[in-house]
Ligand binder design. Structure first.
Ligand SMILES: NC(=O)c1ccc[n+]([C@@H]2O[C@H](COP(=O)([O-])OP(=O)(O)OC[C@H]3O[C@@H](n4cnc5c(N)ncnc54)[C@H](OP(=O)(O)O)[C@@H]3O)[C@@H](O)[C@H]2O)c1
Length: 538
C-alpha cells in the first residue's frame, strides 16, 4: 500500500510535534501514560544488517518512523555484518527491503536519498575484536560529526547462538556502559535489543540472561516480542482499564473460559532446520501466546510504566499451575501436519519439508489447557493453541462468558442459546467482536447469535504502525513497557519445560497427525469436548 507522507513530516528529522495528528494518530499510551515519544539523537547499530530480519522488518520500520517524523535529525544507522559491502550497497539492500515489505512503498527517491545519507556499513566477523574496536572508533566519529551524543542502540538481528559472543565483544570494546564518557566527550546511553528466542529451555534462558547481564544492566536490555508492539495488544489495556464497562466482568464470576489462538497457514517456509529443533511450543507458546495471556489476565498496574506492567504480567505467569506428567497427558495435544491443501495450494507433509528429519517427532501444532491459580481466575480454563498449515491466519483471544442464570426463553420453546463471546482479533483485521443473542424478527422467540464488530481499519483513518516501528521507537526513548523482562522469560520456560520433558519421555501422549488445511488433530477437539467446550473457528 502507498500512503503519502503527511506534509511537514517527510523530512528526516522533523520533530514529532510537527506531525498533524488525526484522531487515529492519538494514542493515549504514547502521549501521556507512557514516556514522551521524542528520541534523543542516537545511532542505531544493526548487528546482522545483511540478514532477513533487517530486510523484512527493520529497514521498513526505520523508513516509516522517519516518514512519521519520529526520528531526530542526527539519527544515524550503522550496519554490521560479515559480507563485504560498500555503504552504497548496504543502503541499496535496505531500500530493497522497504520496496518489498514496507507499509509505505516503494521508497520515495528524494526522501530516501536524504535519509540514506546517514547510513553506514561496517564489515566484520563477530569473533574479531579488531572489528569491534573499529566499530567503537566509528561510533565516536559519528558522535563528533553528527551530534549523536554517545547514545547507541544495538539491535541484535542475528540467530540467538551468536548473542553471547556479540554481547561479550560489545563489553570488551567498551560499548556497553551507559553513562560512560565517549570519545565525543559526553555521557550517552547504551541499550541492546535482543531478538527472540530467549533460550530453548529454562536452563539455556538463565545462561543467556546471565551472559547478557554480565555486560549490560537489566534496564539496558530490551527483549523483543513483536506481538506486544501490535496495536490491538496495546489496545487490550485501554479496552480493559480505560472503559468502565468491561473490567467488572473480567473475572471468574462472569467468564467461563478463554481461548488464545495463534493460527498460521504457512508451513516451515525454508526454516526447516531451525523449526525442527524448536517446535510450536517453543516457537510460539513460550513467547507470543503466554505474553498475550499475561496481558489479558493481569491485574491493573499501579501506573502504566514498564516496571509496574511487567510486575503484573509476571504475577500472572507465576500463578500458572505447573503440569505433572499426568496433566500433560490429559491437558496437552501435540500434532504434526501431513500433506494437504491450504487456500487451494498443495502442501507437503511436515516430514517432507527440506531440512526436516523424515521421522521427526517435532510438533507443528500444540493445544494446551492452562490454569491460572489466582483469586481472579481460579477455575477458568485458558485454552491455548497454535499451529502451522491451518486453514486461516488468525491470532485472537476469545472470551466465552457464562450463560445467563435462567434459560427463560427455553420455556417459550427457543433452542439453547450460544454463549456470549468477546473476540479480540490481534491479526489480521485487528479489532474486537462481541457476539450475543438477538431475537429473530417475527412471532415466537427464536434467538440467533449476532455480532457487534469494531475494526481498526474502518474506525480510524490511518494505518496502524507496524509492531517493529512501535518497539524501536520505544527502545530509543527508553520505554521498556512492551519488552519482556528476564524473570518473565524464565517463568515462561518454567511453565513449559515440564511439558517438553513429559513429551520427550513419552509420558505426555503421542504425536497426533492432522491434514494440512484442517484445524488440527481431532484429539484437540476431544480435549475441549471433555470439558464440555469447543474451539471457536476464527
Ligand atoms: N527473519 C524474520 O522475519 C524474523 C522475524 C522475527 C524474528 N526473527 C529473529 O531475528 C533474528 C535474526 O534472524 P534473521 O532471519 O535475520 O537471520 P539471518 O538472515 O541468518 O541473518 C544473520 C545476520 O548475521 C550476520 N552474521 C552471521 N554470522 C556472522 C559472523 N560470524 N560475523 C558477522 N556477521 C555474521 C549475517 O551476515 P552475512 O549475511 O553478511 O554473513 C547476517 O547479517 C533471529 O533471532 C530470528 O529468530 C527473524
Amino acid at each position: 500500500m502507498t500512503t503519502q507522507p503527511k506534509a511537514g513530516t517527510a523530512r528526516h528529522g522533523a520533530p514529532p510535534h510537527d506531525a498533524t495528528p488525526t484522531s487515529g494518530d492519538r494514542n493515549p499510551l504514547r502521549e501521556g501514560l507512557r514516556l514522551e515519544r521524542i528520541p534523543e539523537p542516537c545511532t542505531m547499530v544493526i548487528i546482522g544488517a545483511t540478514g532477513d530480519l533487517t530486510e523484512r522488518k527493520l529497514a521498513p520500520a526505520l523508513y516509516n518512523l522517519m516518514l512519521s517524523g519520529f526520528l531526530p535529525p542526527e539519527f544515524t544507522v550503522v550496519g554490521f555484518a560479515r559480507r563485504d559491502l560498500t555503504d552504497q550497497a548496504f543502503r541499496d539492500h535496505l531500500r530493497a527491503g522497504i520496496d518489498e515489505y514496507s507499509r509505505n512503498r516503494p521508497a520515495s527517491a528524494s526522501i530516501w536519498d536524504s535519509f540514506s545519507s546517514s547510513m553506514e556499513y561496517q564489515r566484520g566477523e563477530f569473533h574479531d575484536a579488531a572489528a569491534w574496536a573499529e566499530l567503537a572508533k566509528r561510533l565516536d566519529r559519528i558522535d563528533r560529526d553528527r551530534g549523536t551524543a554517545g547514545n547507541r542502540l544495538f539491535y541484535l538481528a542475528v540467530p540467538p547462538a551468536l548473542h553471547p559472543e556479540i554481547v561479550r565483544q560489545l563489553g570488551a570494546a567498551g560499548l556497553a556502559s551507559s553513562g560512560a564518557l565517549h570519545g565525543a566527550g559526553r555521557k550517552g546511553w547504551s541499550r541492546v535489543i535482543v531478538e527472540k528466542p530467549f533460550g530453548s529451555d529454562l536452563e539455556s534462558a538463565r545462561t543467556l540472561n546471565r551472559q547478557v547481564r554480565e555486560v549490560f544492566d537489566e534496564e539496558q536490555i530490551y527483549r523483543i516480542d513483536h506481538y506486544l508492539g501490535k496495536e490491538t495488544v496495546q489496545n487490550l489495556s485501554v479496552f480493559r482499564f480505560g472503559n468502565g464497562l468491561f473490567e467488572p466482568i473480567w473475572n471468574r464470576r462472569y467468564i467461563d473460559s478463554v481461548q488464545i489462538t495463534v493460527a498460521e497457514t504457512v508451513g516451515v517456509e525454508g526454516r526447516g532446520e531451525f523449526y525442527d529443533q524448536t517446535g510450536a511450543l517453543r516457537d510460539i507458546v513460550q513467547n507470543h501466546a503466554l505474553q498475550l495471556m499475561a496481558v489479558f489476565a493481569m491485574e491493573p498496574p499501579i501506573e502504566f510504566r514498564a516496571q509496574d506492567l511487567r510486575d503484573e504480567k509476571v504475577k500472572v505467569l507465576r500463578a500458572v499451575k505447573p503440569m505433572s506428567p499426568g496433566d500433560v497427558a490429559h491437558d496437552t495435544v501435540r500434532g504434526q501436519y501431513t500433506a494437504g491443501w491450504v487456500a487451494g495450494e498443495a502442501v507437503a507433509a511436515y516430514r517432507d519439508e527440506p531440512e526436516v528429519a523424515p521421522d521427526s517427532e517435532t510438533e507443528s501444532y500444540v493445544a494446551l489447557k492452562l490454569e491460572i491459580e489466582s483469586w481472579r481466575w481460579a477455575g477458568v480454563p485458558f485454552f491455548v493453541r497454535t499451529g502451522k498449515a491451518l486453514p486461516a491466519r488468525a491470532t485472537e483471544i476469545a472470551v466465552q462468558f457464562k450463560q445467563a442464570p435462567l434459560a427463560l426463553f427455553a420455556r417459550a420453546g427457543a433452542p439453547p442459546m450460544e454463549p456470549n463471546i468477546l473476540a479480540i482479533r490481534v491479526q489480521p483485521d485487528e479489532g474486537i467482536l462481541l457476539r450475543f443473542g438477538a431475537k429473530v424478527p417475527g412471532p415466537g422467540f427464536q434467538i440467533r447469535g449476532v455480532n457487534m464488530d469494531f475494526r481498526y481499519g474502518s474506525s480510524f483513518a490511518v494505518d496502524s504502525p507496524d509492531a517493529y516501528e512501535t518497539l524501536i521507537l520505544d527502545a530509543m526513548v527508553g520505554d521498556a513497557s512492551l519488552f519482556t523482562r528476564d524473570d518473565e522469560v524464565e517463568r515462561a520456560w518454567e511453565i513449559l519445560d515440564p511439558i517438553s520433558a513429559a513429551w520427550a519421555a513419552g509420558e505426555g501422549g503421542s504425536l497426533h497427525f492432522y491434514d494440512a488445511g484442517s484445524w488440527g488433530p481431532t484429539a484437540a477437539d476431544e480435549m475441549l469436548a471433555r470439558d464440555g467446550r469447543a474451539w471457536r473457528r476464527p
